[in-house]
Design a protein around this ligand. Structure first.
Ligand SMILES: *Cc1c(COP(=O)(O)O)cnc(C)c1O
Length: 356
């Protein structure tokens, strides 16, 4: 089985890693290389390490286990707040985790004690995006309840914006985080060396010279993998974007009308479809579908190809305006965004080809 095939261009990803290392290195900011966007393809993680990244971050322990199994030498950071039901694995497989629940941190301490291990945590604060994080008013409670940890080392404070609420990173948000770090240092009477100031969407602040110098860590996925910043709605101009290409095979090619015939009910996903009559058009069906890929995040490389829609296993395209004469059994190529890479690497029906 050759298709559908996701081609991964390692040297392009490496280019992004090196560019970002240069940019962040100048500001003395450590990059945590985030692998979850490609379901932790080991070759991709390896390229990050080769490019100088020392810590790899992923939201899923399964992914971290996979990378460890592949003997990729790095520190591993769990990005998603741990489930109470996975704390043993957190201690076993992760060096660092991001946390936002006292109860979870205390339970981690117990397990670390039992296993005679040390575990590092970064305490997350919600600065307005309404995803994970303590609120400012929790600082008293944190200082009181986490004062005497033996096996858990609080190494930093962090925040995550741009993900749920779409809140942008600004100098003010960064300064708030720095202030929180200082408060916690004095309340806990210990040094808190890491200020983890966000993700790909934080890069804009560095570019504009608006990143406070106390910020010394960013957790970066999308910029490395795709050279894009979805929250900022931009291609990052000094990075490359054509790092992943999908090839899907044509299983039917035919001229057909552009409006369905019959009484219209619901489509395969329960939606009422709408159509514009463009007359008889040349169409192809490709062997890939919504089960494998977030289709709306694909973009055909051939400008004469238009995506019409998809069901679970079929992607329907219009090739009327293409200069090429595609044949049955040939493939059509697509560029993609983060959601498409995420879904394609999650699907067990898609073959991954690593291109050096
Ligand atoms: C996914 C994730 C990141 C990386 O985000 P990108 O936008 O891909 O750079 C950073 N931090 C946390 C907590 C995450 O879950």
């Amino acid at each position: 089985m050759k298709f559908p095939k996701l081609r991964v261009f390692l040297s392009k990803i490496e280019y992004n890693v090196r560019k970002l290392q240069e940019l962040c290195g100048r500001e003395k900011i450590e990059i945590v290389g985030v692998t979850k966007g490609c379901s932790a393809i080991p070759e991709v993680a390896k390229i990050m390490v080769k490019g100088g990244i020392k810590t790899l971050g992923d939201s899923r322990i399964k992914n971290i286990k996979r990378l460890r199994k592949n003997k990729i030498a790095a520190e591993y950071m769990l990005l998603r707040i741990p489930m109470l039901s996975e704390l043993q694995e957190v201690i076993d497989y992760c060096d660092i985790s991001l946390n936002s629940e006292i109860e979870t941190i205390l339970a981690l301490e117990e397990i670390a004690k039992k296993n005679n291990k040390m575990h590092k945590i970064i305490i997350m604060f919600d600065l307005g995006d309404l995803r994970e994080g303590f609120l400012l008013e929790d600082i008293d409670r944190i200082a009181r309840d986490l004062y005497n940890l033996q096996r858990i080392k609080i190494i930093g404070v962090g925040t995550n914006l741009g993900c749920y609420g779409g809140v942008l990173y600004t100098t003010e948000k960064m300064e708030k985080l720095i202030e929180i770090g200082k408060q916690l240092e004095s309340r806990l009477k210990q040094e808190i060396p890491v200020i983890s100031g966000g993700s790909t969407a934080s890069l804009g602040l560095i570019e504009k010279n608006e990143m406070p110098q106390e910020i010394n860590q960013l957790r970066i996925g999308e910029a490395i993998l795709l050279g894009r910043d979805t929250t900022g709605n931009r291609k990052i101009p000094y990075l490359v974007q054509d790092t992943f290409i999908l090839q899907a095979e044509i299983i039917e090619k035919r001229r057909k009308g552009s409006v369905p015939q019959g009484t219209i009910g619901r489509d395969a996903f329960g939606n009422v479809p709408k159509f514009i009559d463009k007359g008889i058009r040349e169409r192809s069906i490709l062997a890939i579908g919504k089960q494998d890929c977030q289709i709306d995040n694909l973009k055909p490389l051939d400008e004469g190809v238009e995506i019409l829609g998809a069901s679970s296993d079929h992607l329907i395209i219009d090739t009327e305006n293409s200069r090429k004469n595609y044949k049955l059994g040939e493939f059509i190529e697509f560029q993609m965004g983060y959601r498409a890479v995420l879904s394609l690497t999650t699907s067990k029906y898609v073959n991954i080809e690593i291109v050096n």
